[in-house]
Each structure stands twice: as C-alpha cells, then as structure tokens.
Design a protein around this ligand. Structure first.
Ligand SMILES: C[S@@+](CC[C@H](N)C(=O)[O-])C[C@H]1O[C@@H](n2cnc3c(N)ncnc32)[C@H](O)[C@@H]1O
Length: 236
C-alpha cells in the first residue's frame, strides 16, 4: 500500500534479522503498522496496531472483502476529507492511497497525475495503480489481528517480537509527534518484560545497538534528493 514511510523497500534486508530467532507460535507485533507493508511479508501469529483509526478500518475492511472504488473524483476526495467519519475505510483509501505521496490527505493524486501527462498524451492512472497494488496485498493480510491503539496502550502477548516503525524523529512533518523519550523508555520496559524489540529510526539512544544500516533516498525531507541512512536498532 502506498504509505508515508513505507518499509517494503527494505523488507528483504531487515526481516531476516528481525525474524532470525523467532520461535514457533511466537507473536510478531507491529505497534506502528501503517500500510502493513512489512507485516504482510511475515507469517504466523501477527498483530498490527496503529493510532490512525481510519487506516486500521481500511485494513480490516480489506480483510472482510471490501474493495476500494475504481475511481474517486476530485469533488468526492474533498467531500470525504470534510466528512471523515461517514465511511472510515473509504476515508483512509482517499486520505492515503488517493493522496500524493501516500501522505494523509496530502493533495488529490489525480491532480498530480494531470501534470504528469506523457509527451504522447498518455495519462498515468495512479489511482488504478494504487488500487491494483492494494488488491495484490489483500491475500497476505489474512489472519493479521489489526487493532486501533496508541503503542503505549497496546496489549502484547508474552515474549513477542516487536518491530517499531514510528514516524521518524527528524522528519519535518512528524516533529516530536509521539514524545520520543517516552517511546524509548517504553521500548526499554518491553525489553525488560521479555520481548525482543527492534526499531527503525535514523538515530537512537546509546543503549540501543544498530544491527543494520543502508543509505536510502527520503521523500519526506525538505532537501531534494536527500539520502538518509536508514537503520535498525535493538536492545541487547
Ligand atoms: C512510518 S509509518 C509506518 C509505515 C509502515 N511500516 C509501512 O511500511 O507501511 C508510522 C505510523 O505510526 C503511526 N503512529 C503515529 N503515532 C502513533 C502512536 N502514538 N501509536 C501508534 N501508532 C502511531 C502513524 O499513524 C503511522 O501509520
């Protein structure tokens, strides 16, 4: 699913590390599941939670067989934006998958599409691409338990593997959205309770160990073509 901070590009690098010592029947938990772009590549017992109730509603509706509309118009996009609670799954569909860059109501995707008409006059159909992408993802969402929750209140089964992908600390849009010192303390307490904790971030406090890093371009940055070092941290 098109999503800000989508981790599908790095899944093949980090999942083998995260799942290396997973025991049979051990839960894999994502408290910041977003577009479910990593959890959809994991098998077995899984919990995906997010504080965005609309995205959770979309993921649950997709599991129940709901299909997004073939196309939404500009007028409908802005109507949905003003009436978010009428149909929460549709709101998430419009607000994320039909929005420029997958950013929450970050601008109607088809307006962007019009500006990208090719020399031959062909119009790329981004809404259709987004729809086909999501429909391809649906079979791998079966059996994931999706929960609308703040990470701090999420109930996690004993001895789980917890992968955290919070909004990046130093991206402009998300500046201190989650209260980072509270977040790092929560990771420490999860570790002390017996869970195995991994975090995707650019930087972490000194007691966290970096177990993987790679240079990746980042579209959220103010600087054009900015490349950041994506890292995976754990507590030992
Ligand atoms: C970087 S995105 C996750 C992207 C996801 N890994 C993917 O590949 O699609 C971060 C997510 O954290 C969620 N979030 C922000 N604050 C939160 C909080 N306090 N508790 C739970 N989720 C939160 C946002 O709604 C967003 O979906």
């Amino acid at each position: 699913m098109r999503y800000t901070g989508n981790k599908s590009r790095i899944a093949k690098h980090i999942l083998p590390i995260i799942l290396k010592d997973r025991k049979p029947n051990q839960y894999y938990v994502e408290p910041f599941v977003g577009g479910a772009n990593l959890i959809d590549k994991v098998e077995g017992f899984r919990i995906g939670a997010d504080s965005n109730e609309y995205v959770i509603e979309l993921l649950k509706s997709l599991q129940d067989g709901w299909t997004p509309p073939e196309r939404i118009s500009r007028e409908r996009y802005y109507y949905i934006k003003e009436n978010k609670d009428e149909n929460k799954a549709l709101t998430a569909w419009a607000g994320i998958c039909c929005s420029y860059g997958g950013k929450w109501f970050g601008g109607f995707l088809s307006d962007y599409q019009e500006s990208k008409r090719t020399k031959s006059g062909r119009l790329p159909n981004h809404q259709d691409e987004a729809r086909r992408g999501v429909m391809r993802q649906v079979p791998s969402l079966t059996s994931i338990h999706f929960i609308h929750s703040d990470y701090a209140f999420l109930e996690i089964p004993e001895n789980s593997i917890i992968y955290c992908d919070p909004p990046y600390m130093d991206t402009v849009k998300y500046k201190d959205e989650i209260g980072y010192s509270h977040f790092w303390n929560w990771c420490r307490s999860m570790h002390h309770e017996g869970h195995t904790v991994f975090v995707s971030e650019y930087n972490a406090p000194d007691d966290f160990t970096c177990v993987w890093s790679k240079e990746i371009s980042n579209t959220l940055s103010k600087q054009k073509n900015f490349k950041a070092i994506e890292k995976l941290f754990t507590l030992k």
